[in-house]
Design a protein around this ligand. Structure first.
Ligand SMILES: [Zn+2]
Length: 286
């Protein structure tokens, strides 16, 4: 922060920048002399314009990269948060299922109690029967109730088994949840560190980008910004690589390559519209 004071007003300070070099300084001094000599030196050479544009592109690309990295990091945190919510929902479902099973166990226990009291009633009635037929009929009822009890007990056993399984699942899910929450804490603090760090870096680069932009004429800068906006990778200035455009890889005819090297005017790719610089200029400006 303290290293980039009031850059907007004066000529840019070029210490602690990586891209700056003698070319950059010469661009800057050329421009300074332009603005001081009132039209005596009317035009910055095309080569210097191209170098300034190329440098600006390097800085803006670094800014793009930082923003992409910072854009991807929160996704990891988001994924983790989603996973935690999913697990919490699963645990809630288990708890509900357990409550359900407990209710069903209770119901079966009541049913057994009911059957037992009915059996008791039938047995009492058997003491006072008038004939065998009545006695047998009550015996059948008792037998039926005993079967009901056996069935209910079987169901209770089944419910208890699933209850135990669900409890185990909850225990393991809670353990995983604990781990995920720890991971999330770590990721979140990492993220905020990186955000802080990259924001500082971004501010420095943005200030640098502004400095360069002030040394590029309005019309050219507008074109640069328009091309950058439309280019998928944010590249508006590319060098000629192996006789082709470094942006869209379309071949560039030899005569056009010669024109590019001559620095007579600013030349754009016929296919993608990006501003072309020769390969040598790119390495000069690095
Ligand atoms: Zn192209």
């Amino acid at each position: 922060m303290a290293k980039t004071p009031s850059k907007a007003k004066s000529a840019p300070e070029v210490e602690n920048t990586k891209v700056q070099d003698s070319e950059e300084k010469s661009v800057i001094s050329a421009h300074v002399s332009l603005s001081h000599s009132d039209g005596e030196e009317t035009e910055i050479s095309i080569e210097k314009k191209l170098i300034a544009l190329f440098n600006l592109q390097q800085i803006d690309s670094q800014i793009d990269k930082i923003r992409i990295i910072r854009g991807e990091l929160p996704l990891e945190v988001e994924d983790l948060e989603d996973e935690i919510i999913g697990l919490e929902t699963r645990i809630d479902n288990y708890i509900q299922e357990i409550e359900n099973l407990k209710g069903q166990v209770k119901e079966k226990e009541l049913q057994i109690k009911e059957s037992l009291s009915q059996i008791k009633r039938y047995e009492e009635q058997q003491m006072n029967v008038r004939n065998n037929r009545e006695y047998d009929s009550l015996s059948k009822e008792i037998e039926f109730q005993n079967l009901e009890i056996a069935l209910a007990e079987k169901r209770i056993k089944e419910f208890s088994n699933s209850l135990n399984l669900k409890n185990d699942e909850i225990t393991s899910a809670q353990k995983t949840l604990e781990e995920l929450r720890n991971d999330l804490e770590i990721k979140k603090s990492e993220l905020s560190d990186i955000v802080n760090e990259t924001e500082k870096e971004e501010q420095t680069l943005l200030a640098k980008s502004d400095d360069y932009q002030r040394f590029i004429e309005e019309r050219l800068l507008t074109a640069y910004k328009r091309i950058r906006k439309n280019a998928r990778n944010g590249l508006a200035v590319v060098s000629v690589e192996r006789d082709a455009c470094g942006g869209c890889f379309s071949a560039i005819p030899p005569q056009r390559q010669l024109d590019i090297r001559m620095h007579k005017k600013i030349i754009v790719c016929e296919y993608c519209g990006r501003i072309l610089v020769e390969h040598g200029l790119a390495s000069k400006a690095e």
